[in-house]
Write a protein that binds this ligand. Structure first.
Ligand SMILES: Nc1nc2c(ncn2[C@@H]2O[C@H](COP(=O)(O)OP(=O)(O)OP(=O)(O)O)[C@@H](O)[C@H]2O)c(=O)[nH]1
Ligand SMILES: [Mg+2]
Length: 284
């Protein structure tokens, strides 16, 4: 029997300032209990797990202090061991200088800098980051505040439920959502998911999202097998997960458009995605 299955838990009611959405409806194959971390701890202090957050940055100088503060707060509140690995690709806006200042505030054990000399892309940024990760779990997320650290305790809780290999955030089930995108951007994302699901059916509701928790060994294996570059990379990771029969659970997340900075999604990225999808479809 395949170990590849997907289950969903509700996004916790964070009393978020970004959304008033009620998260009362859930769909799941598992018993659900309302997470309580808005008010309390997860009682994970007795575990020896360490969480390495891979944070690729390109021109994120304004977002980086906020995301770092929220990450540190979240991990501290839940008594979790963590490190944040910042992989900056020589951002012209001076993101690395900001990262250095953050390192002096939070400490070298919590902020690890792994800069690169030029903009080499997201896929290789993850590979570079994981090579330096000392945790047994790796969390991948964007640095632009589209992925809120408040969801991380729920990812961890979910992972522990059945010792899942991967927990992925999803915008496309009850309890999840997207805020701040125009119709074009929403249609692009939905379309990208629809076509990928049609061609490759990896069995995950949000294939292009990149807010995920992996066992480190699992991420290693998946990344080594992944050939795509660019936007199709995240989707291929889920295709490979299915191929290797890794277990995947889903947690609804609220995705908010980047706080500061310019969007980089243009026609070139969309064409690149479609080409990459076709390459995968014809090669797998
Ligand atoms: N190190 C590194 N980080 C990158 C690169 N491209 C993007 N990033 C970072 O990867 C994360 C996701 O990229 P985004 O540009 O936000 O991609 P997106 O969310 O699809 O698009 P927008 O938010 O609309 O721009 C962000 O933290 C970026 O700063 C890159 O070439 N190298
Ligand atoms: Mg973004």
């Amino acid at each position: 029997m395949s170990r590849f299955h997907v289950s969903i838990t509700p996004e916790p009611d964070f009393q978020s300032s970004t959304t008033n959405k009620a998260h009362s409806q859930q769909s799941s194959t598992l018993p659900l209990s309302k997470p309580s971390y808005a008010s309390g701890h997860l009682n994970m202090s007795n575990s020896h797990n360490k969480y390495s957050v891979l944070l690729p940055t390109y021109n994120e100088r304004d977002n980086l202090p906020i995301i770092t503060w929220l990450l540190a707060k979240t991990f501290k509140e839940h008594n979790l061991d963590y490190e944040i690995i910042i992989i900056d690709d020589a951002s012209p806006d001076g993101t690395l200088e900001v990262a250095k200042q953050l390192q002096s505030v939070y400490g070298e054990n919590h902020i690890v800098l792994r800069p690169r000399a030029g903009k080499l892309g997201l896929g290789t940024a993850y590979i570079h980051g994981i090579q330096n990760a000392t945790g047994n779990f790796v969390i991948i997320m964007d640095a632009d505040m589209s992925h809120h650290p408040k969801a991380i305790p729920e990812f961890i809780r979910k992972q522990k439920e059945r010792d899942y290999d991967i927990v992925t955030g999803t915008r496309y089930v009850n309890g999840g959502g997207v805020y701040g995108w125009d119709l074009r951007r929403k249609l692009t994302s939905r379309g990208a998911n629809f076509i990928a699901d049609l061609l490759l059916s990896p069995g995950v509701s949000d294939l292009t999202g990149s807010f995920r928790l992996y066992k480190k060994d699992v991420l290693h294996q998946i990344i080594n097998a992944t050939i795509s570059k660019g936007y199709v990379f995240q989707m291929e990771m889920m295709v490979r997960a299915k191929q290797f029969n890794f277990s995947v659970a889903e947690v609804p997340i609220t995705f908010v458009d980047r706080v500061y900075g310019e969007s980089k999604l243009g026609a070139n990225e969309i064409v690149g995605y479609l080409k990459g999808l076709w390459t995968l479809f014809t090669s797998i």
